[in-house]
Ligand binder design. Structure first.
Ligand SMILES: NC(=O)c1ccc[n+]([C@@H]2O[C@H](COP(=O)([O-])OP(=O)(O)OC[C@H]3O[C@@H](n4cnc5c(N)ncnc54)[C@H](OP(=O)(O)O)[C@@H]3O)[C@@H](O)[C@H]2O)c1
Length: 336
């Protein structure tokens, strides 16, 4: 049994990693930043340790004696806008990479046996006509502009592997797609469920994304530490879903009507273009861009074979993940 530190333990993914570790009998130190979300760890037999990765405060103490380190506290750059800080996107990405490198330096100094870095399926390039897999990783630097979130995740994963190659840190990456499940107190990916359950989205459009139950993502992290190969990445991506069917599914499970309107793709693309133009003039991040719309493309999607074969992963269906997410949102009154 290993002693493990989970950075970002109060986060959506971290909270599941903690539970998957405890279930396997490992001993867990939960690295958290703010008290605000600590209740997601209530009742669990673990050690709590305050860590701020921006300042490095608490990190060395948290790392002491841990053989496994899970880094699920990655920067979540503003999804909608770079204001009010008015920061340029390059500065945001540079800051995320700088913080990551400082964190990895401290982890390296503590001499762990395994480091599991929570990356993202956003680093995988969409390929037309076939499933995209771990080898289809985006290059860095990027040849063109991507949504800020994807840009930061790509830069961070490249930086993590570069650090590991340079130092010999035994690091591997796991790349979850859109996570749906319990303990999503920050509700970044959970927003995709809440928006339809609360009937806040008046329309849907032709867009495909991959979703995964966050409980499986937690298990995937632990299996990566146990059985994964250093230097590899593992896509934790369960099902490709189309936005209109996903909206219908959430609405059914929440007992509300689904959005009535399905916007034609050209309308959505024109709106995205307008958002990009406005963002360029106002020097902010676009609300959404043409790059973030993925219309259905026959045969395309994400290939999860490597995680199934190397880590022995199987997947909870997306409908069940939505059911569990809704039940938890109701329990904590994030949904009426
Ligand atoms: N959720 C998804 O669908 C998804 C999919 C693929 C990849 N990912 C990636 O996985 C990682 C975790 O995602 P998540 O959904 O679990 O995020 P989350 O729910 O927002 O949780 C993030 C956790 O990291 C902590 N944290 C953030 N910055 C920190 C810092 N500077 N110092 C110390 N702790 C810090 C947060 O602490 P506080 O509680 O104090 O805020 C929180 O505990 C992110 O890198 C994200 O990009 C997420």
């Amino acid at each position: 049994m290993a002693r493990a530190l989970v950075l970002g333990a109060t986060g959506h993914i971290g909270a599941h990693v903690v539970r998957a570790l405890l279930k396997e009998g490992h001993s867990v130190r939960a690295g958290y930043r703010s008290d605000r979300y600590l209740s997601v760890l209530d009742g669990l037999p673990l050690e709590r340790c305050r860590v701020d990765l921006d300042t490095g405060d608490g990190l060395a103490d948290a790392l002491r004696g841990c053989e496994w380190v899970f880094h699920a506290a990655g920067s979540y750059p503003a999804l909608l806008s770079l204001s009010p800080a008015g920061q340029r996107r390059d500065a945001v990405v540079e800051q995320a990479v700088r913080t990551l490198n400082q964190t990895l330096e401290a982890i390296y100094a503590s001499g762990p046996k395994r480091v599991v870095f929570t990356s993202s399926a956003a680093v995988i390039r969409h390929v037309s006509g076939r499933l995209a897999a771990e080898a289809d990783v985006e290059p860095w630097p990027l040849p063109d502009t991507r949504p800020l979130y994807a840009t930061a995740k790509i830069a961070m994963e490249h930086a993590a592997f570069a650090f590991a190659r340079r130092t010999g840190l035994p690091l591997l990456a796991v790349n979850p797609s859109v996570c749906i499940g319990e303990y999503d107190a920050h509700a970044f990916s959970g927003r995709s469920v809440l928006v339809f359950a609360k009937r806040q989205a008046p329309f849907v459009f032709d867009h495909t994304f991959n979703a995964v139950y966050t409980g499986d993502v937690g298990i995937g992290h632990v299996r990566a530490a146990e059985r994964g190969q250093v230097g590899e990445r593992y896509l934790l991506a369960a099902e490709d879903v189309e936005l209109p069917s996903f909206a219908r599914l959430v609405a059914e499970e929440a007992g509300v009507p689904p959005p009535r309107l399905r916007l034609p793709l050209p309308v959505v693309q024109t709106a995205a273009l307008a958002c990009e133009a406005w963002a360029a003039c106002s020097r902010t991040e676009p609300l959404f861009s043409r790059r973030s719309i993925h219309p259905r493309s026959p045969g395309a999607g994400l290939d999860n074979r490597k995680a199934r074969e190397a880590l022995g992963m199987s997947w909870v269906p997306v409908r069940e993940a939505v059911r569990r997410a809704l039940a938890w949102f109701r329990l904590v009154r994030m949904l009426g």
